[in-house]
Ligand binder design. Structure first.
Ligand code: MOS
Length: 697
């Protein structure tokens, strides 16, 4: 007879519904602004109106005389902050203006409206200096840094790439441009801070409160034990909430000054300058190949910008170290510090812009060879990571390409293109995807209660992905118990320490610790006889993960995107008709929430291809687009038939769940697939995103 519990023992993989779904749709899930503590005040920041210079004087008298105003903080009277390593958090500490939009004052008032009105009456006198905000080729300040984001070496070279490029019978040499992009999560960056003597509690919208607590301890000179940071529910982050942001510092300062709880919820129009952006990239790709399409030389050189405050280098050439076998290669990053707002992480930093360039260049190479672009990628598949020489723990790129081609009916693409009618030209394109497998140390605890239920505690953060749900599935499997007997507590820094929801590493890192804690608890329970004590039994785990440098394997997810577009030759409008992707990302732990993350990433890639763009305004020095009316994220009408599939991948070199990561790979390569489809439709190669009508015409 079948084990009646067998179904429960395979909780992972099942399409379990989000545990917080009902709370979210009924409006009872609490976000960072929704902690109406007694006496809670509100604050509204004032942003610098010059791109570079000094604050000469701040006249706060008008603001202070307005109704409800409790305080106006400036660099002259704000609390002094301790040292930490993120210069973007050292707000209101001196008179320097490093970029337009930098915070120069903060108004605290009884209501949000009073704070906003008074902020408009704070008069700031600047000593402005000339600014330089435009990324240009051969900028005199450009340099090659030691490292790009993620600790990646800025430059890698193998063999003799220049000589072998020059000698190759087939060559592509092209420059691709990706504009600055903004994360713009639905919920703006928000913090509610509350002091109780020397104890600080902060409710914040963050991808990981462990780092927020550590930073607040350094800034405010407190022991971490005196600080609790919660992030119960988070309305997206896409990297912009991966590190503490100025809202949490301002709220904490203001609460100390006002002696009351204070909420700072950054207005949408301020976000473009103070919570990071994807830096623009100018990417030159040189591909040399033999007549069979085999790459002999791959050169990927990236120019990007950073701010005067910190060096952040978008690592766009890094995926070219992973994707295709080529005996000769150079990958290089140059960065130019400008008077611009500080760039930072945005979903798949490096891979998203880098794979747009590489996968567009591969399409150009297929064209030059007269080869099918799917086959060209398969010809250049490799069992060893070209840059490190390590074998891949698993690599099913070719399977993704073949399975995608079958599902998409790639073979019928020429027929569909010929069926273009009237003003509409129809075309299809393909591109590969990849994202590294990352994992960080984590802790977790598991508790067995006498009523047969379990409590699992870990300071994971659910940024909308369904982290609670999938961790409950991992726990249920390790405990051999039905899913509904497992309670999960996340989103509070008092819980066992855990890393952030970022780098597509959350589930792997947290799940590993949850699995370990639950496995230990199961062993304790097996050794226990008789009823459980009233306070139950518990177990803890402290996993170290496995850093990439320690692994004999190169570990990455792979995927393939297929897009069909219709281009209107009269209006210049590109519409994506169909977007179909196949991923190989290890074991998929929840079909429902995984699909949601995949299509979310693909939709963001569609935005990158067609509508999303920020413009550095040369005269003012910051971004022209400062709301969702001008920064165009895709809406339902823009998202066509969209399908995410995956292949069953078993990789024993990852973690106990066998999972890779799925949060970011969906955005990687999507824009190239769409751009390649536009070329197929029109015969014209566009090399600058987004593909808006003004460019197409
Ligand atoms: Mo993601 S950009 O690592 O939060």
């Amino acid at each position: 007879m079948a084990d009646p519990l067998a179904a429960h023992h395979t909780a992972t993989g099942a399409p379990a519904e989000r545990r917080e779904g009902r709370q979210k749709v009924t409006g009872t899930a609490r976000y960072a602004a929704e902690h109406p503590l007694p006496g809670r005040a509100h604050a509204w920041p004032v942003q610098a109106a010059v791109a570079r210079g000094r604050v000469r004087a701040v006249d706060t008298s008008d603001a202070l005389s307005m109704p409800g105003v409790l305080a106006v903080l400036t660099h002259e009277n704000a609390p002094r902050l301790g040292e930490q390593d993120d210069a973007t958090l050292a707000v209101l500490q001196d008179d320097r203006v490093p970029h337009r939009g930098w915070f120069v004052a903060l108004v605290v008032a009884e209501t949000l409206e009073q704070a906003r009105d008074a902020a408009a009456e704070v008069h700031v006198d600047y000593a402005a200096e000339d600014h330089d905000v435009l990324l240009t080729a051969d900028h005199p300040a450009a340099y090659v840094p030691e490292e790009a984001n993620g600790g990646n070496p800025a430059t890698r070279e193998r063999g003799t790439p220049d000589a072998d490029f020059a000698a190759a019978p087939v060559r592509i040499d092209a420059v691709y441009r990706v504009p600055p992009l903004h994360n713009h999560p639905m919920e703006p960056h928000t913090s509610t801070a509350h002091w109780d003597g020397d104890r600080l509690t902060v409710h914040t919208s963050s991808q990981g409160t462990t780092a927020v607590r550590r930073t607040l301890a350094a800034l405010f000179g407190l022991d971490e034990e005196r600080i609790t940071v919660t992030a119960e529910h988070v309305g997206g982050g896409f990297g912009s909430k991966g590190t503490p942001r100025p809202d949490v510092v301002l709220a904490t300062m203001a609460a100390r000054r006002a002696g009351r709880p204070v909420t700072v919820s950054l207005p949408r129009r301020q976000l473009a300058t103070v919570v990071g952006h994807r830096a623009p990239t100018v990417q030159r790709l040189r591909l040399g190949a033999d007549r069979d399409g085999r790459l002999t030389s791959l050169i990927h050189e990236v120019d990007t910008h950073t701010s005067r405050l910190k060096e952040f280098v978008e690592q766009a050439a890094v995926p070219s170290r992973v994707m295709y076998g080529s005996p000769h290669s150079r990958t290089l990053h140059r960065v130019t510090p400008l008077d611009v707002p500080s760039p930072s992480w945005m979903r798949a930093p490096g891979e998203a812009p880098g794979m747009y360039a590489l996968e567009s260049a591969m399409d150009e190479l297929a064209d030059a060879l007269g080869t099918d672009p799917v086959e060209l990628r398969i010809v250049n598949d490799t069992a060893h990571e070209p840059d490190s020489g390590k074998p891949f723990s698993s690599r099913h790129l070719a399977e993704c390409l073949r399975e995608g081609a079958r599902r998409f009916d790639w073979a019928g693409r020429a027929v569909r293109a010929r069926a273009s009618t009237g003003n509409l030209l129809v075309g299809s394109g393909v591109a590969s995807a990849t994202y590294p497998v990352m994992v960080s140390p984590s802790t977790a605890s598991a508790h067995a209660l006498p009523d047969g239920s379990f409590a699992v505690r870990i300071n994971a953060t659910d940024i909308g992905t369904g982290a609670r749900t999938v961790l409950a599935q991992v726990a249920a499997d390790a405990l051999g118990t039905p899913l509904d007997r497992v309670r999960i507590e996340v989103g509070n820094s008092d819980l066992p320490t855990a890393p952030l929801a970022g780098g597509s590493s959350g589930t792997a890192s947290w799940g590993w610790a949850v699995h370990e804690a639950c496995t230990r608890l199961t062993e304790r329970l097996a050794a226990h006889s008789g009823p459980l004590p009233a306070d139950g039994l518990d177990a803890r785990a402290d996993t170290t993960g496995t850093a990439d440098a320690d692994s004999p394997y190169a570990r990455h997810s792979f995927g393939a995107h297929f897009a069909e577009v219709a281009v209107d030759t009269v209006t210049g409008e590109v519409r994506v008709r169909r977007l179909l992707s196949v991923f190989a990302a290890g074991r998929i732990l929840n079909e429902r929430t995984a699909r949601s993350q995949f299509i979310g990433g693909m939709t963001m890639g569609l935005g990158m291809a067609l509508t999303e763009s920020s413009t550095v305004d040369a005269s003012f020095g910051d971004f022209a687009e400062r709301d969702l009316a001008s920064y165009h994220v895709p809406v339902h009408a823009d998202v066509p038939a969209i399908e995410a599939h995956w292949i069953d991948e078993h990789d024993p070199h990852l973690n106990p769940m066998g999972s890779k990561g799925i949060g970011e790979i969906g955005i990687v390569g999507t824009a190239a697939a769409i751009g390649n489809a536009v070329h197929h439709a029109t015969g014209v190669r566009f090399r600058e995103l987004p593909l808006t009508p003004d460019r197409i015409l």
